[in-house]
Design a protein around this ligand. Structure first.
Ligand SMILES: [Zn+2]
Ligand SMILES: [Zn+2]
Length: 390
């Protein structure tokens, strides 16, 4: 029997796990119940289970045959601080918290793959099932990596997937090389010299310097970043002054930067420091820059992306595998695992065929489409069987 045929009967179980997790959402690093549900299932299927990796993360290890090759499969478990608008039976039971990004579905698909592989064991080697906490901006992947994830559970390659409501169920999207942007936040504090609003010659106007810094920063992407590269620099906040008749002594600017390579991010940071301090100095003010890189770009290894695309093609046919879809400006913290181990992050379709119901993630009306569960589990399972051939 084929992998797809053997996974089909697990659809009901995966749906039940998914809806149970959906009804009991937990925020990043608070996934105690979810982690326990995952760990108990893996233990029941005979996997070696490690709890508390990266605080609330769980790793299950499955061995078969005598092979020493290894692969890591990753799902995220956390929910978002959003009040769910849905009214169906499995809606969130926790006010203000919901699975609006489909991590409930990601966890259920990886559990389905673990169940199938533990039953069939048609591979030779080691599979590490990595259930990570806190993907939504709290650094869960990095916490697991810093906790020795790849020293304790060495992986030749790692794979993960995210649902995409704008892509129909039954389709995949695979990109080689950069896929999602790295993201940074910055704060710039300008210090001048306060004065009476009618006597500007006695002060240094921090508000004017801040306005000029905001304008000058826009030259970085157009004049410093090579035109064949991509970056976004947005000043999203400028705060200064409290009174009509006072020239403010200080001003604060803040915003975000996105880029698809760490070199470009470093270039933007260095340029920002130069432009901010130089521009402020031209007005007699000073600028202090705090630049924080929160996410690194998600970059797929070309060979592993090719391998992932081959598995997707085997499952749904080449016509249903989107190759090199457009770059995504949002960020994903699986990037911190991909930085350490080559691998590939793919998108799995989660929309309906008639175009309805494809509510976008992070929306209070979102719900993971359970029709995608068997296909997601089959991707993970086939990937292991094709890679760790018995
Ligand atoms: Zn999300
Ligand atoms: Zn997500």
């Amino acid at each position: 029997m084929s992998t797809t045929e053997l996974i089909a009967p697990l659809h009901a179980d995966m749906t039940a796990w998914r809806r149970d997790i959906h009804a009991h959402p937990e925020l990043g690093f608070e996934e105690a119940r979810t982690a326990d549900l995952v760990a108990r299932q893996l233990e029941a299927w005979g996997l070696e289970v490690h709890r508390g990796v990266g605080r609330t993360g769980v790793v299950g290890t499955l061995r078969a045959g005598s092979g020493s090759r290894s692969v890591g499969l990753r799902a995220d478990m956390d929910a978002l601080p959003i009040d769910e608008a849905n009214t169906f039976a499995h809606r969130s039971q926790h006010a203000g918290v919901m699975h609006a990004c489909g991590h409930d579905g990601h966890t259920a698909m990886l559990l389905g793959a673990a169940r199938y592989l533990s039953q069939t064991r048609r591979f030779s080697g080691v599979v590490h099932f990595i259930f990570q906490p806190a993907e939504e901006g709290l650094g869960g992947a990095k916490a697991m990596v810093d906790d020795g994830l790849f020293e304790r559970f060495p992986c030749e390659a790692i794979f993960g997937m995210h649902n995409r409501p704008s892509l129909e169920v039954g389709r995949f999207a695979v990109r080689s090389g950069p896929m999602m942007a790295g993201g940074a936040f910055f704060d710039i504090r300008i210090t001048g010299k306060g004065a009476h609003g009618a006597r500007p010659e006695t002060g240094v106007d921090a508000a004017l310097a801040a306005a000029q810094v905001a304008v000058s920063l826009q030259s970085i992407v157009s004049r410093n970043v090579p035109p064949v590269e991509t970056a976004v620099l947005s000043v999203t906040r400028i705060h200064s002054g409290d009174a009509y008749n006072v020239i403010p002594q200080t001003a604060a600017l803040g915003g975000t930067v996105r880029a698809f390579s760490r070199e470009v991010m470093k270039l933007v940071e260095a340029s920002m420091r130069r432009v901010a301090s130089g521009t402020a100095a031209a007005f007699g003010a000073t600028a202090e820059v705090d630049f924080r890189e929160l996410f690194i770009p998600t970059v797929n290894d070309p060979a592993e992306a090719e391998f992932a695309a081959r598995i997707c093609t085997e499952l749904v046919g080449a016509a249903n595998v989107m190759r090199q879809p457009p770059l995504i400006m949002a960020s994903e913290d699986f990037s911190f695992m991909l930085e350490r181990v080559p691998g590939c992050y793919i998108n799995i379709g989660n929309g309906s065929a008639n175009g309805e119901g494809g509510c976008e993630v992070h929306n209070p009306a979102y719900d993971f489409n359970d029709a995608a569960l068997p296909l997601g589990a089959a991707f993970f399972a086939r990937l292991v069987e094709a890679r760790l051939t018995a």
